[in-house]
Design a protein around this ligand. Sequence first.
Ligand code: CAA
Length: 381
Amino acid sequence: MKIGIDRMAFATTNEYIDLRELAKVRGVDPNKYTIGIGQDQQAVVPPTQDIVTLGAAAARKLMTKQVGDHLSTIIVATESGVDNSKASAINIKELLGLNDYVRAVELKEACYAGTAGIQFARGLVALHPQETVLVIATDIARYGLQTAGEVTQGAGAVAMLISATPHILAIEPTSVNLTKDVMDFWRPLYATEAMVDGKYSTNVYVDFFKQVFTRYQMMTGRQFNDFAGLIFHLPFTKMGKKALEGALGDRHDQVATRLRTALTASQLYCRQVGNVYTGSLYLALLSFLQNRQVNAGDRLGLFSYGSGAEGEFYTGIVQPHFLDHTNDVQAMLQKRHQVSITEYEDMFNHQLGMDEQDVEFDLSNDHAPFVLAGQKNHQRI
Ligand code: CAA
């Protein structure tokens, strides 16, 4: 039985900043951001958006009556959850107006949890092939104003339907997982901004990729030439480049060129949005599928990484007419509007955060399908 990704959609905020402007204000050479780190623009989050509104906006694009009728489970993967107890999957289920007879949970392991959601969904579909699982990877990457990580922030959600009729990617059975207890990135319960040992996290990521890919090669006998593309979790685009170059070394043959070209296609959306944590690998997959000549039957390798740390390498086979089952991300990004650095800083400072007070947001500037109206009696509205 084939099981895999049937449909995919991405949502982000309507506002973004140009990182060359941020560089100017921060007194940094813009080439550091655009070339050294490999980011051009960054999604900006108004106080009226959070992981629930973004997740619901992405999932809404996939929902039809037929999908709703076969939906058994909603899995939300996030590391920027809005409640320590209640699953945001329940909020999203309500916003989408879905049938009450579904299971709804939230998963956490840094940026890796979206992949965990997909693998768990595969198991559920294998048991009940008529059913569909909705996996939503939704996050806001927030490091803080004037920090080294600021240029690698971002926000967005990727929603995916996992079914036994995968129209995008049929997932193959072999995968390799690696888990090690490392402190490269974390966010204590009292913090609204992530803490990160940036250079260490890059080294751990590159090393994890080498380990899982080498083990995969030993288990399957497959080599680089078996792949039309390797798709990476992209906290910032340079990171995928480091992992690929670390593995390819000084190879410059046809296969190496193909993989480097594939990487460039997979980086285009991350360059414009920034880090979307759990959704980042899947935004890279969308970017690759929509910007590279891909053929049905092509094999793709996916490297998922979550700090802390968990890595997984798995593969899938591209299905015919896959593009008809995705939303056009570039067209969506072109409709966003640019805000100034001052406006970005103001929005950053007005996020709900840890504040216990009641608050009512001005909704007149937010035309997204779902909005966070405020907080009352410790409940988000
Ligand atoms: N022109 C071109 N390139 C330049 C330049 C210039 N003028 N100035 C600097 N650069 C280059 C540097 O040479 C460097 O390149 P290499 O990495 O290839 O050597 C690059 O720009 C960055 O420069 P620095 O190392 O000086 O940058 P920094 O100290 O400001 O830190 C960072 C950069 C480590 C990425 C920092 O932004 C950061 O900490 N970001 C967050 C960390 C992160 O995203 N980690 C990812 C793993 S965590 C994750 O994936 C999330 C999860 O699971 C939860």
